[in-house]
Design a protein around this ligand. Structure first.
Ligand code: ARG
Length: 282
């Protein structure tokens, strides 16, 4: 098949990493106290101190890459709060608030709302269940929001997001319980292109992804299981879970620079790099 080629100008535009702003929440009260996804095993030991050390390394990597890291104050009794990506979805300075599926995580939404409201962002109250950037992502070069549903986010929240942001939202149905959030199965590589694991999506959604992203980097089952799709890219550097070695090679072969970070403790809660990182787009 003839592959679409980008013009040289486009390549420069997609590969120049602007300074990103990330919101993160230190895993001070991290634990696996309940199981709301297949990765969580309440009987397996969790090393909270190691989780904090791994998390600090992730924050240091972002800073070293020239990005801004803002910190949300962790709260006792909210062991999943480290997965800051789930607290809202932010585009154009507007934070569309989260409304969690499971009661265990519901109070996290209030902490995020308070932070956005007091930090100068416009806050849009959600009517429908949605787990923020866990199930939403944005491709600025295509003015396109990609959104997942099937496990956590209610598909009605996709229409709500279209209304909040005035942008087209592409609904994608997730079918594998291990990849319960969109960000466990798909991630933007730059402003235009993505990487994804087709096995996580319903047939119609797969077709849609093939049509929209003929040049996507395709991950396999092993890449996905190592949380190799749960990466954060600034358009050039791809910060990726160290376990996903083969995925890092694919990213490298596609012309990006993989930056591995070991987040083994955070994987026990069912998350990795992206889950710990909310991108704040002004
Ligand atoms: N234990 C959390 C949950 O199941 C993990 C969330 C991971 N976050 C993410 N953005 N995928 O809700």
């Amino acid at each position: 098949m003839e592959k679409h080629r980008s013009s040289p100008d486009q390549v420069t535009a997609t590969r120049s990493p602007g300074r990103r702003t990330y919101l993160m929440c230190r895993p001070a009260y991290y634990a696996v106290e309940y199981a709301i996804n297949p990765w969580m095993d309440t009987t397996a030991p969790v090393d909270a101190a190691l989780a904090c050390a791994q998390w600090e390394e992730l924050a240091d990597i972002y800073t070293a890459l020239g990005h801004e890291v803002l910190r949300l104050e962790p709260e006792p009794g909210l062991p999943d709060m480290v997965y800051a990506a789930n607290g809202a979805f932010v585009v154009d300075g507007i934070a569309y608030g989260a409304s969690f599926r499971h009661p265990e995580r519901r109070p996290e939404a209030d902490a995020h709302e308070k932070w956005y409201r007091t930090s100068g962002w416009t806050f849009a109250e959600p009517e429908h269940i949605n787990e923020g950037e866990g199930d939403f992502t944005y491709l600025p070069g295509r003015e396109l929001v990609l959104a997942g549903w099937g496990f956590r986010t209610d598909a009605r929240a996709h229409a709500e997001a279209a209304d909040v942001f005035g942008r087209q939202v592409v609904s994608l149905r997730l079918v594998d319980p291990r990849y319960y959030h969109l960000d466990t199965a798909l991630a933007p590589l730059d402003d235009h292109n993505i990487a994804y694991y087709p096995g996580a999506f319903a047939p119609g959604s797969r077709l849609l992804l093939e049509r929209l992203f003929p040049d996507a980097v395709i991950a396999d089952a092993e890449d996905a299981a190592g949380f190799g799709l749960n990466f954060v890219s600034d358009g050039r550097n791809v910060v990726i879970n160290a376990e996903a070695e083969a995925m890092a090679r694919k990213v490298d072969a596609a012309g990006y620079t993989p930056v591995p970070v070991d987040l083994s403790e955070l994987k026990k809660g069912g998350g990795s790099v992206k889950c710990c990182t909310a991108e704040l787009r002004r």
